[in-house]
Ligand binder design. Structure first.
Ligand code: NAD
Length: 314
């Protein structure tokens, strides 16, 4: 029987191990299964993480296999190659689709009833592939999408405006990648229109600042990978936030990567769209107002991803 307080992380590299560390500290789950093609790596991570339990709260963390994951409320897939300096997320497709093909059938075979969260890149393409291979309903398969990019946007805006980034309401949608876009038309700080707030803080060069901040968000992963080889803390926090909204049924609005079935006039692909996330996974995919330029950018992002998806052999 499904256990909503049990999660599995498939892939225990930088990203999977950091997610496990975040989940353990959040106290959302009573059981956490770590699965990796390199069993010793999963075992080592489980041992290391367990040694932190006296400082958090009791839970079982152990290396396991797909039988152990069958009754999980949430399976998080982070297995796969990461970007090397100069590589785009889309460059990872071949390797990571092959890896996904070794994982999703294992989950499907066990009649999994929980929620499948894809984190491996390119996350929109892999989420679509995972949904297709899993046979699960679209509300139970989604990707971490631009939840991370949105955090990057809020953080940079908060820094620029010298304000608590939690008061910044702005979102990145579209591809988790080079064609993503910021929805500036709806951006605000605690209900105050973004441009008005900028002026209250002494900034008047709106267009140039927005362009600079957007480019920094879009290029964050490249900047980090150039310096330290991989990104993992930010995504771990983003996944912790998504897991919280699921386990506690918070119905939070998060820009996860969802299977589109006609929303925004799009279908046959996954893109990040603000969605209500709760105990059943996706409660609702929101069709938010966009300016004509934003709408065009979203459709351009979709066209690019559809071309990629058309070449997949699923
Ligand atoms: N969605 C996001 O916002 C985001 C952010 C950062 C990284 N990522 C992605 O996460 C993925 C993992 O990155 P990383 O830095 O942890 O890489 P990593 O190389 O450190 O770890 C990958 C792990 O996957 C395991 N693995 C490989 N094939 C497997 C299989 N078939 N079954 C189980 N485990 C398998 C490897 O043994 C390894 O431990 C990459 O695709 C990366 O691009 C996504």
């Amino acid at each position: 029987m499904l256990n909503p307080r049990k999660a599995a992380v498939v892939g225990c590299g930088f990203v999977g191990a950091s997610i496990a560390f975040t989940l353990m500290q959040r106290g959302l789950f009573s059981e956490l299964v770590l699965i990796d093609a390199n069993r010793a790596k999963a075992e080592g991570e489980a041992m290391d993480l367990s040694h932190g339990l006296p400082y958090t709260a009791p839970m079982d963390i152990y290396a396991g296999d797909y039988d152990d994951a069958a009754d999980c409320g949430l399976i998080i897939v982070t297995a796969g190659a990461n970007q090397k300096p100069g590589e785009t997320r889309l460059d990872l497709i071949g390797k990571n689709v092959a890896i996904l093909k070794s994982i999703i059938p294992e989950i499907r075979r066990r009649n999994f009833e929980g929620i499948l969260l894809i984190v491996s890149n390119p996350v929109d393409v892999l989420t679509y592939a995972a949904w297709h291979m899993s046979g699960l309903p679209a509300n139970r398969v989604f990707g971490s999408g631009t939840v991370l990019d949105t955090a990057r946007l809020k953080q940079l805006l908060g820094e620029h405006l010298r304000v608590d980034s939690r008061n910044v309401h702005a979102v990145i949608i579209g591809e988790h990648g080079d064609s993503e876009l910021a929805v500036w038309s709806g951006a605000n700080v605690s209900g105050i229109d973004l441009n008005d707030f900028c002026e209250l803080r002494g900034h008047y060069d709106h267009r140039a600042s927005m362009q600079r901040i957007y480019e920094n968000v879009r290029d964050s992963a490249y900047q980090i990978i150039e310096r330290k080889g991989a990104t993992y803390y930010g995504i771990a926090m983003a996944v912790g936030r998504i897991a919280e909204s699921i386990v506690l049924d918070q119905e939070s609005v998060l820009p996860v990567s969802v299977v589109l079935e006609g929303q925004y006039g799009l279908d046959g692909l996954c893109l990040s769209i603000p969605s209500v996330v709760g105990k059943n996974g996706l409660e609702s995919i929101l069709e938010i107002p966009l300016s004509p330029e934003e709408d065009e950018a979203l459709h351009a992002s979709a066209r690019q991803l559809k071309e990629v998806i058309a070449q997949l052999e699923l």
